[in-house]
Design a protein around this ligand. Structure first.
Ligand code: XIL
Length: 359
């Protein structure tokens, strides 16, 4: 335990006990405070605040509700939240015209009861588009897109601070726009249209383009840069770019390249955020301790780029505990996040803390 750890455990118990509501913000009968991990570092949000950044993670409403340690750990360390999937098109509007905001609403209520800001993710993403959208004629598709963006952004107006408006629109092989239902039906102008619709529906929300694989300097980051520069120059209401930052410690862009890329985006007058960070270590050689140490260094380097850049406003991790990571499901068993499966802070956690504190 770090010096002062006992006092911090007490402080956490008092804080959690003082919240006086369910984890989704609904009133509940007081219960015993949730178990807190024994090794209990300072809140990460305090370190992020020193750097002037928001620090967030993607979460699932069922875990906030059903796993007290998950909720307490998240509430203690983060001041920014993104729905891992519950605010995508498919869960929100699985059938045409039938909206289900229950999961997203639970996450927003949790955020409000914990003093957190919310990022909505994501209005248009080809992978979370319901099957019925794929069958629409171009005129029907335009109406469906307008209706979806208006309804969702208006529903959360004033409660969601930032929206990922378009996610992953760039093709990996050629740097052109990805072949999606939106490009096929509406042409390349769909991206500008989506941003304009979102701005109309909530003039105060910051609007972001989000993508992966464009962290360093390469064909993808050039394509992202050209896309957002074109939008800016045409007066499209775009405020920022999200760099997902799904990294592998076995091979990732040098920090200098990430810094140069973030700087050129910032020079367009855009905000930049790290939007979905995790660091895979499965492919590293060496024992567990050395791999975790290497992971710490990767987190420190990449988050350090954001900490040093005034126009980088936030860092979001794609989950926070190795007990729940999409990486296991999509790429194979790994330990890519800041807390282990027992909610103990890993070396990676301290790498992020060091980055925020400029160490
Ligand atoms: C992933 C979620 O983590 C999964 O739970 C879901 O089933 C699929 O999507 N890029 C993104 C995120 O922008 O929305 C993805 O999240 C991960 C890759």
């Amino acid at each position: 335990m770090k010096p002062g750890g006992v006092a911090l455990v007490v402080a956490l118990v008092v804080t959690v006990g003082a919240c006086g509501g369910g984890d989704d913000g609904s009133p509940t009968t007081p219960t015993n405070p949730p178990p807190v991990p024994t090794t209990d570092p300072d809140p990460l949000r305090n370190a992020a605040a020193v750097a002037g950044k928001w620090v967030g993670a993607a979460v699932q409403s069922s875990l906030l509700r059903n796993d007290a340690t998950y909720a307490a750990t998240f509430r203690k360390h983060f001041d920014y939240v993104t729905a891992e999937w519950e605010m995508k098109w498919d869960p929100l509007q699985r059938e045409p015209g039938v909206f289900d905001f229950s999961g997203g609403d639970r996450i927003v209520r949790f955020a409000e009861s914990s003093g957190m800001n919310v990022k909505g993710h994501a209005l248009l993403w080809h992978q979370a588009t319901p099957a019925w959208v794929e069958e629409l004629s171009p005129p029907e598709l335009r109406i469906a897109m307008e209706d979806h963006i208006r309804t969702v952004v208006q529903h959360y107006r004033g409660r969601v601070a930032v929206w990922d408006v378009v996610n992953e629109a760039i093709d990996d092989s050629n740097g052109g726009l990805r072949d999606t239902v939106f490009l096929r039906g509406l042409g390349p102008g769909y991206i500008a249209e989506a941003f304009r619709l979102a701005r109309q529906a909530d003039p105060d929300a910051l609007l972001v383009y989000n993508d992966y694989g464009g962290e360093g300097l390469n064909q993808k980051s050039n394509a992202i840069y050209n896309l957002v520069r074109g939008l800016k120059e045409s007066g499209v209401p775009i405020d920022g770019v999200g760099l997902q930052m799904h990294l592998s410690a076995a091979g990732y862009p040098p920090a200098g390249q990430i810094a140069a890329n973030v700087a050129r985006l910032a020079d367009l007058g855009l905000l930049v955020n790290i939007s979905e960070m995790d660091v895979q270590i499965r492919d590293l050689a060496g024992d567990a301790a050395s791999r975790l140490q290497r992971q710490r260094e990767v987190y420190r380097e990449a988050v350090g780029v954001c900490a040093a850049q005034p126009r980088c406003d936030a860092v979001t991790f794609w989950g926070f505990t190795d007990a729940h990571s999409w990486i296991d499901e999509f790429f194979g068993e790994d330990d890519p996040l800041l807390f282990d499966e027992q909610y103990q802070a890993k070396p990676a956690f301290f790498g992020v803390e060091d980055a925020f504190l400029g160490r």
